[in-house]
Design a protein around this ligand. Structure first.
Ligand SMILES: *Cc1c(COP(=O)(O)O)cnc(C)c1O
Length: 364
């Protein structure tokens, strides 16, 4: 079989390892596996949302409301934008895919930082587009502008806070980039972890509303992280109506499920759950910073629900991740991103206890 030639350049996305794999391969009981690899919400799903999912179980035979009226109403209320500014995706991943398909072809290029969310590259390559990366993993204004003027990319991705590094770009710097870029280039501001950044430092808080003044900017958000709904697959894009209309042409019907839609509507209203998630996170992440200091390796100051440890020449990230995996602790090795480091989702106090215990043993 001859496949589309763009496939040759694509490396299949490597998702965080599932609990089931550790159970199968290492014979560890599922209740003893600690998964801190996919930035899921460690306190789980809001009980109110779980209740709504159960209450909707007997509606699985019905297609969802394809207009997603109620979910858009909840989001437009939350962000003070119009429903014509919103598109819903099966995860913000699907909105990224719509964006790529609506804008890119084999003559285009896309610009992103040296180390950022892997799907930007994959979706762009599916369209045959060329990838341009800045030298630094931080989003640096000068590097972005130099590459922008040289390559005139069709899309610029600004992931703030950034995955898998955890650092954030200030609102001021993001706006500087936006101001300098012409309307032929779309700027995607991916705010998958924005709830954590906004809670930590106002300087990094960016709202979809303040970006709506630009016709060439889209803000992406997700229910997968702070809202605790990774398994339901719901995300959104917020932009001017012309762009939203274009993305709608790429959307399959009923792109999120009846249960996902019901869950997201409830989750959008449950701010108390998000606040609780963030409070737990802020308390626990300090332990990770202390752990790094104690063991003499670097970490990147995090604006997300995970922390990135950089080992320099102290440890080998592949050895550490593999040894932890054999003990039933799943973290994310960053070797495939060209970094000798690991990304660890901040867990509950009990999960973090297990992580620190095994981590100390593994490296001693
Ligand atoms: C998790 C994540 C997303 C989206 O996840 P979905 O589950 O598809 O909504 C988007 N961007 C970044 C940077 C992420 O880490």
């Amino acid at each position: 079989m001859k496949f589309n030639k763009v496939l040759e350049g694509i490396q299949t996305y490597e998702a965080g390892k599932p609990i089931e794999l550790v159970v199968r391969e290492f014979g560890i009981a599922p209740e003893n596996v600690v998964k801190l690899a996919s930035n899921e919400n460690p306190i789980g799903t809001s009980p109110k949302v779980a209740e709504v999912i159960r209450a909707n179980a007997d509606k699985a035979h019905l297609y969802p409301d394809d207009s997603m009226f109620e979910l858009k109403a909840a989001l437009s209320g939350k962000f003070d934008v119009g429903d014509e500014n919103i598109i819903i995706g099966a995860g913000s991943d699907q909105v990224l895919e719509f964006i790529s398909r609506a804008l890119l072809d084999e003559k285009s290029s896309v610009l992103m930082s040296a180390v950022t969310f892997a799907m930007y590259e994959i979706y762009a390559k599916q369209m045959g587009a060329k990838i341009v990366r800045t030298a630094s993993w931080e989003h640096r204004y000068d590097e972005f502008m130099e590459a922008y003027h040289m390559h005139k990319p069709k899309i610029i991705y600004i992931c703030t806070p950034n995955n898998p590094t955890g650092d954030a770009t200030s609102r001021e710097e993001v706006l500087e980039i936006i101001e300098e870029v012409g309307n032929d280039t779309l700027i995607v501001v991916d705010g998958a972890y924005m709830e954590y950044a906004s809670a930590k430092d106002d300087k990094y808080a960016i709202t979809p509303k303040e970006l709506l003044g630009y016709e060439n900017v889209i803000y992406l958000g997700t229910f997968s992280k702070a809202y605790g709904l990774g398994g339901m697959r719901v995300g959104y894009g917020i932009a001017q109506p012309e762009l939203i209309k274009a993305l709608y042409k790429m959307r399959p019907p009923f792109n999120i499920s009846t249960l996902s839609l019901a869950a997201a509507i409830e989750a959008a209203k449950d701010e108390a759950f998000v606040a609780k998630s963030i409070a737990l996170h802020q308390e626990q992440i300090k332990r990770y910073e202390d752990f790094a200091k104690e063991h003499g390796f670097e970490y990147i100051d995090s604006y997300t629900n995970f922390i990135t440890y950089l080992f320099g020449d102290t440890l080998d990230s592949t050895e550490v991740s593999d040894a932890l995996l054999r003990r039933g602790v799943i973290i994310r090795n960053l070797a495939s991103y060209g970094m000798n480091g690991v990304r660890i989702t901040i867990g509950t106090a009990a999960q973090n206890d297990v992580l620190f215990k095994h981590f100390s043993e593994v490296i001693s």
